[in-house]
Design a binder for this molecule. Structure first.
Ligand SMILES: NC(=O)c1ccc[n+]([C@@H]2O[C@H](COP(=O)([O-])OP(=O)(O)OC[C@H]3O[C@@H](n4cnc5c(N)ncnc54)[C@H](O)[C@@H]3O)[C@@H](O)[C@H]2O)c1
Ligand SMILES: [Zn+2]
Length: 378
């Protein structure tokens, strides 16, 4: 698996979902062609650009200019940055703004932002006027490799994250890799955890390629496009086979059962970003798999080594403010995944690139494992 050595034409990845199929276009500088792409797809359509305040500061003007160049009328709708915008209150604001901007069926919503904007704008599009089409223009690495693809949209409720939402596929995803240059290094690194996840869950050669080329991915050369395209290809293939997560799509949750518990315990705050929690969760899932005799110890060590090399946390003791207690942790794990008769569902590994859904993991075994990990220092 080798990446092109020179900057190349945009890479297109298809998501095959019958009459809801769409393309993910990946490349440096693509925002400049946003107007052209939208005009080709929806001649005469009006557009509302939903974004957050930080992304607006960096990239809204370029998106507006690209639309203006094709004489596409565009109304910006800006929400505050951060998870708290995935709320009923901001959903209402966005829906009302779409209606006020006279966005009708046949017009388009453009989600310009990270996963928060993508989830909120996508859900607003799903419910406003009983369903508007939308285009994802993901601006974080996490959004480019994960949240913008696959059609899951949602807001949070007081009971938890992503509890009210819809499956609503975009009609196009435009991933401009240059937009990531303004992302903070910490956010970029957190998004990279999801990139590494694709290698771990289903593609050993990609994982090995990342081990050798991750610095280039961070630096922003053609390796970045290759890593994003490879990630999107894998997600697209899984989504095409299991759009509504009745089976295989659950593999995308590798590292997420442990990860979500730590993320929730840290209050979904800057103490532990989602991707950081996923990195820690993947290290733990690998180690737990080794503990059960499913995965060679060397593969668990290799998993941790790569995540640690890029600066992601792999030890519980690295969580700022300290880890939660074992009872709280087990409560959160039980909430995240259905428990039946003391058995939990986890995504485990048989090798690098060989994940599987284990539906019969003994909660007592997980507890004993975590007690040990909570006592460990890195
Ligand atoms: N729908 C799905 O399938 C799916 C999958 C994974 C995650 N998610 C959701 O995605 C969200 C997390 O996404 P995220 O990590 O992108 O968070 P985010 O959208 O909050 O973005 C992270 C931060 O980076 C800033 N930012 C984004 N792009 C930037 C850029 N180009 N330059 C400078 N700053 C930029 C944002 O303003 C924000 O402060 C969560 O709500 C999660 O539930 C959804
Ligand atoms: Zn994730």
């Amino acid at each position: 698996m080798t990446a092109p050595l020179r900057s190349s034409d945009p890479i297109t990845v298809g998501v095959s979902l019958g009459d809801r199929s769409y393309q993910i276009v990946i490349g440096r500088g693509l925002v400049a062609s946003l107007g052209r792409k939208i005009a080709a797809l929806r001649p005469g359509a009006k557009v509302a650009i939903v974004t957050d305040a930080t992304v607006a500061r960096h990239h809204l003007a370029a998106a507006e200019a690209a639309l203006a160049a094709e004489r596409i009328a565009a109304t910006p709708i800006t929400v505050p940055e951060g998870e708290s915008s995935k709320s009923f209150a901001w959903l209402e604001t966005v829906c009302e703004a779409l209606i006020a901007a006279r966005i009708e069926r046949g017009d388009l919503v453009v989600a310009l932002g990270g996963g928060v904007v993508g989830d909120l704008a996508g859900f607003a599009a799903a419910v406003t006027r009983r369903g508007l089409d939308y285009v994802q223009v993901p601006t974080s690495l996490l959004a480019q490799v994960d949240s913008s693809v696959g059609g899951k949209t949602a807001i949070d409720t007081k009971h938890g994250k992503n509890l009210v939402g819809a499956f609503h596929q975009p009609i196009l995803v435009v991933a401009d890799t240059a937009l990531l240059d303004t992302l903070s290094p910490r956010e970029f690194r957190a998004g990279y955890a999801e990139v590494a996840k694709y290698g771990l869950l289903g593609d050993e050669a990609f994982f090995a390629w990342l081990e050798a080329n991750w610095q280039e991915v961070f630096a922003g050369g053609p390796a970045r496009e290759h890593a994003i395209a490879t990630s999107c290809r894998m997600k697209a293939a899984i989504v095409a086979r299991d759009e509504r997560e009745t089976g295989e799509r659950a593999l995308l949750n590798l590292g997420h059962t442990f990860g979500h518990a730590f993320e929730a315990a840290a209050g979904y705050s800057q103490r532990l970003l989602h991707g950081e929690a996923v990195a820690l969760g993947m290290a733990l899932a690998a180690e737990f798999s080794a503990r059960k005799g499913l995965l060679p110890e060397a593969d668990a060590a290799r998993t941790r080594r790569h995540l640690a090399a890029v600066g992601l946390p792999t030890f519980v003791s690295q969580i700022s403010g300290g880890p939660p207690g074992i009872d709280r942790l087990m409560e959160l794990i039980a909430q995240d995944k259905k428990v039946s008769r003391g058995m939990l569902t986890f995504i485990l590994l048989r090798g690098i690139g060989q994940s599987f859904i284990a539906r019969d993991v003994d909660a007592a075994e997980v507890r004993a494992f975590l007690i040990e990990k909570l006592a460990e220092r890195c």
